[in-house]
Write a protein that binds this ligand. Structure first.
Ligand code: UDP
Ligand code: MN
Length: 369
């Protein structure tokens, strides 16, 4: 007869098996938790990176760009330290600009000649700060840009002396998009906004098309205290005069930093021509920040420079319909781009960025017979 195990021994072995499985289970759970935690951390890092808006090309590029930003920040601080000299407020100074028409010069100029022409006015990176008064704002002029060098040179040639006369503290940012995808003006504005704030605490940002030249010295490039300000009322060399429609805010628009933050910046989703400025208008109206213009319509006269036409964005009308709904999650909060270059050039601070691919084209509607 087989000897049967005694009851206490049986109990002991069952308990031992149970204990072992418990330990194994516990260990597995710990491993699972650790893996989960580390992947969560990884996600958060990615998330932070995408909120801050960078994915870098490589460690080296990152170091160079970071170093450059730090250097620019320090040199800017040195310039603006003058505030401690108790200068009068620039707004209190009589600017004597009234009625002065700008002699707009649209003849071709080379980069080399323009540098010579403006070197007495500008500091590296397209920075200017008045010597004799303290300006109420620090202004970032953000120019979304690609492949329009003649326009850019003509704009700088005419705009810089105007802003200097107006005693505006400004730095010019040219935000260039690489060549892969259709142009995304609004996303480039967001990039300019985020990157400019790393260099200085700008209180006013002006989104400026590269092809519009103001015609009046008294068209003051200043942010309104409460509302955004739109400047372009009339492209006086064009056949169709005046505003194209009442809610038009394209061309040149000044916003305070808090206003841009309040509307989550501009939409990132408009690739190609059209309606991204109307989307911005909807955002501003949604938070009661309808833009204002100067009372005198003559101040809003601009000259429009010639250029080749962009491809129209086929999704523009669909996008515009969803503008308010998307506002909370499409903008600064979802901004993502690769900063390919950041450099202080003589006439402007240059940023070259790669943007994410555009949304897929809409499927054609199904036809029912
Ligand atoms: N832009 C650019 N390169 C392009 C397309 C657009 O630099 O290939 C910039 C430029 O600042 C321009 C603005 O985006 O002024 C608006 O685009 P565009 O001039 O094509 O539109 P428009 O206002 O003339 O209809
Ligand atoms: Mn244009």
């Amino acid at each position: 007869m087989k000897p049967t195990k005694s009851r206490p021994r049986q109990f002991l072995s069952v308990t031992a098996i149970l204990l072992c499985s418990l330990i194994v289970l516990q260990a597995m759970q710990m491993i699972y938790q650790t893996v989960k935690e580390s992947s969560r951390k990884h996600d958060t890092n990615n998330c932070v990176r995408s909120v801050l808006g960078y994915t870098f090309d490589g460690v080296f590029a990152q170091k160079v760009a970071e170093g450059e930003i730090e250097r620019v920040k320090e040199s800017t601080a040195a310039v603006t330290d003058r505030a401690s000299r108790l200068l009068p407020n620039c707004s209190d100074i009589q600017l004597k600009l009234e009625g002065k028409n700008v002699q707009v010069n649209t003849s071709n100029i080379t980069n080399f000649d323009l540098k010579k022409e403006l070197e007495y006015l500008l500091q590296a990176g397209g920075l200017y700060s008045p010597e004799d008064c303290e300006p109420p704002d620090k202004t970032a002029i953000i120019i979304p840009y690609r492949d329009r060098m003649n326009n850019l040179l003509t704009l700088l040639r005419n705009l810089v002396p105007i802003l200097v006369r107006q005693r505006i503290h400004f730095r010019i940012f040219v935000v260039e998009q690489t060549s892969e995808y259709p142009f995304n003006r609004c996303l480039l504005f967001n990039v300019g906004f985020v990157e400019s704030m790393k260099v200085d605490n700008f209180t006013c940002v002006i989104l400026h098309d590269v092809d519009l030249i103001p015609r009046r010295y008294d068209n003051l490039y200043q942010c309104h205290p409460q509302r955004p300000r739109h400047f372009v009322r009339d492209r006086s060399n064009k056949e169709i005069r005046g505003l194209p429609y009442r809610g038009f805010i394209g061309g040149v628009l000044a916003m305070r930093r808090w206003q841009v933050e309040k509307i989550n910046g501009c939409s990132n989703m408009y690739y190609g021509w059209g309606k991204e400025d109307d989307d911005l208008y909807k955002r501003l109206c949604a938070v009661m920040l309808k833009p204002v213009r100067y009372d005198n319509p003559a101040l809003g006269e601009y000259i429009a420079l010639g250029h080749s036409k962009q491809q129209k964005n086929k999704l523009r009308n669909v996008m515009l319909r969803g503008a308010k709904i998307r506002m909370a999650e499409d903008g600064l909060s979802s901004l993502s781009y690769t900063r390919v270059n950041f450099l202080e050039r003589e006439l402007y601070t240059w940023l070259l960025v790669r943007v994410p691919p555009p949304p897929p084209p809409r499927r054609p509607r199904a036809r029912f017979h």
